[in-house]
Design a binder for this molecule. Structure first.
Ligand code: HEM
Ligand SMILES: *[C@@H]1O[C@H](CO)[C@@H](O)[C@H](O)[C@H]1NC(C)=O
Ligand SMILES: *[C@@H]1O[C@H](CO)[C@@H](O)[C@H](O)[C@H]1NC(C)=O
Ligand SMILES: *[C@@H]1O[C@H](CO)[C@@H](O)[C@H](O)[C@H]1NC(C)=O
Length: 325
């Protein structure tokens, strides 16, 4: 009898342990060591390709960072933005916020084929985007961080989701930005810190035309100088580029916030962050402290990378990032 009781309590302890382990897996946390055994040289392999691409064209770092943002905001960080159209769905590449604007797909392809040679069928395209975003920021002098991994890839993509406004337009009001970020579980602090990504890269005339001709919370000299390469009427000048950060578009610094203080934000969605609203104090804080900006940016990037990942047996590990297996 005593023996039975002992065995019974052992069995119960064992069952509880198993249930706890399974519960853990159901929660499916991402983990920075996810590929430690299955693909030990993943990080240097990715970094080398990003390094080469950015050495050839510095702006590519900005484009790769933006790819990760546009992936995560549409049905989570699942690599869906990388899918080409198929006979069964139209992908996200031609959606309003993406068409003729997101770039860097060839770099992701190069990384993927290198990683496939090293560890076939193991590393997801969604995770490659996350690592690539981190490496891009580092290469332009920004902060580093430990990237959480273990995402799997979607088998489909959604043009309508990408067009639904989940990615806010550059004409957004502050309220719209706050609501769009909140819908993804991101705070006002995350919004202001992540917008600091506009310390690198470029935007097209069509995205800031209304701001430089029609808005009043803009520095006049700045508006006039941007108008010289962005004609008032839409048409031939639509694709003319301007840097989002005036002074140092190739460095991941805090100049983006400084120029907001001077009413020199290029996009409406940039300047609304400093326009007598609830986020002004954050802009001021980041304009004064690289550490404050970096630490909030890093935290927000990790948070953005946590948006609805596919894990466990959901999704797949695509062999080619452009199409489902
Ligand atoms: C807050 C809402 C945001 C809006 C409304 C917005 C809008 C835009 C627009 C309109 C462009 C120019 C696209 C073009 O003309 O081709 C752009 C560029 C860029 N965005 Fe954002 N963005 C936002 C947030 C973010 C976030 C959260 C990130 C990343 C963490 C990001 C990273 C970038 C980068 C790096 C570029 C330059 C890309 C390049 O040069 O190829 N943006 N953004
Ligand atoms: C995307 O851009 C191409 C080339 O400019 C254009 O022909 C096409 O109509 C655009 N697609 C959508 C869905 O807007
Ligand atoms: C300025 O605003 C007016 C009125 O909303 C609009 O008709 C016009 O197209 C705008 N101009 C530019 C360059 O965006
Ligand atoms: C904010 O308010 C101040 C004082 O009322 C005003 O001078 C300024 O033009 C307003 N707008 C911006 C963008 O700071």
């Amino acid at each position: 009898m005593e023996y039975y009781k002992k065995q019974m309590s052992r069995l119960i302890v064992l069952l509880i342990t198993i249930m706890m382990i399974m519960g853990d897996q159901a929660q499916a946390q991402l983990d920075s060591d996810f590929y430690r055994e299955s693909c030990p040289s993943l990080f240097p392999a990715v970094r080398r390709v990003v390094q080469r691409a950015v050495a050839r064209e510095r702006r590519m770092a900005a484009s790769l960072l933006r790819l990760f943002f546009h992936d995560c905001f549409v049905n989570g960080c699942d690599g869906s933005i990388l899918l080409d159209d198929t006979s069964s769905f139209v992908g996200e590449k031609t959606a309003g916020p993406n068409n003729n604007s997101v770039r860097g797909f060839e770099v992701i392809d190069r990384i993927k084929s290198r990683v496939e040679r090293l560890c076939p069928g193991v590393v997801s395209c969604a995770d490659i985007l996350a690592i690539t975003a981190r490496d891009s920021v580092r290469l332009l002098g920004g902060p580093g961080w430990s990237v959480k991994l273990g995402r799997r890839d979607s088998t489909t993509a959604s043009l309508s989701a990408a067009n639904s406004g989940v990615i806010p337009p550059p004409t957004s009001t502050l309220n719209n930005l706050i609501n769009r970020f909140r819908a993804q579980g991101l705070s006002q602090r995350d919004l202001v810190a992540l917008s600091g990504a506009h310390t690198i890269g470029q935007a097209k005339c069509a995205t800031f035309r209304n701001r430089i001709y029609n808005e009043s919370n803009i520095d006049l000299t700045f508006a006039l100088s941007k108008q010289s390469s962005c004609p008032a009427s839409s048409g031939s000048g639509d694709n003319n580029q301007a840097t989002l950060d005036l002074r140092s578009p190739g460095r991941f610094d805090l100049n983006y916030y400084r120029q907001l203080l001077n009413h020199r934000g290029l996009l409406t969605s940039d300047q609304v962050l400093y326009n007598n609203g609830s986020t002004d104090s954050l802009v001021v804080a980041y304009s004064r402290s690289l550490n404050a900006f970096y630490s909030d940016f890093v935290r927000a990037m990790v948070k953005m990378g946590d948006i609805s990942p596919l894990t466990g047996s959901n999704g797949q590990i695509r062999t080619n990032c452009r199409r489902p297996n």
